[in-house]
Design a protein around this ligand. Structure first.
Ligand SMILES: [Zn+2]
Length: 174
């Protein structure tokens, strides 16, 4: 008679005379305690079942790894390394935009400077917002640099616009 904490014989033995996958799965998962003694003995003695146990153990390890990946907080893994990129990109963009705008600030500190500064802050905040929204996308890096480029161009165009308007003001004044 089979003890209650062991697999029933009809679950342990297949019709081909080898042990079932249930036995092999139990053994691969370290649950030998529920496997009947004669089935354990067969797996050790039978080359065919030993090979099957090896495959089952590999499958079990793969399953464990995939479960670990599924259980891990995947988004955090993807975002944490990427978060460094937008800071650098935004910093470079603002620095370049600032350098581009510097002559205009020096030459024309008057009313337009304040408006220009507001526009730069608005552009930076828009860039930061879009960086957060896009940070989960595969195109993330490309979009960050594209956004940075847009901000740089905006800065250069604005500084140019300020210069042009100063020039036209001078012409108008003369
Ligand atoms: Zn066998």
């Amino acid at each position: 008679m089979q003890p209650l904490d062991k697999l029933p014989l009809d679950l342990a033995w297949g019709s081909d005379g080898h042990v079932t996958d249930v036995v092999l799965t139990a053994m691969a998962d370290g649950e030998e305690a529920i496997v009947p003694e004669d089935a354990l003995g067969h797996v050790e003695a039978c080359e065919h079942c030993t090979f099957r146990l090896g495959s089952e153990a590999l499958l079990s390890v793969q399953m464990d790894q995939e479960m670990a990946v599924l259980e891990a907080p995947a988004p955090a893994k993807a975002i944490v390394p990427a978060r460094k990129a937008p800071k650098v990109a935004i910093g470079v963009a603002i620095a370049v935009a600032g350098i581009g705008a510097a002559p205009a600030f020096i030459l024309d500190v008057a009313p337009r400077a304040r408006e220009f500064f507001k526009t730069i802050i608005w552009a930076a905040s828009m860039l930061a917002q879009s960086a957060i929204v896009v940070s989960r996308s595969d195109l993330f890096a490309a979009l960050v640099w594209a956004s940075a480029l847009v901000l740089v161009l905006a800065g250069l165009l604005l500084s140019r616009a300020v210069k042009v308007s100063k020039h036209s003001l001078q012409e108008g004044g003369v």
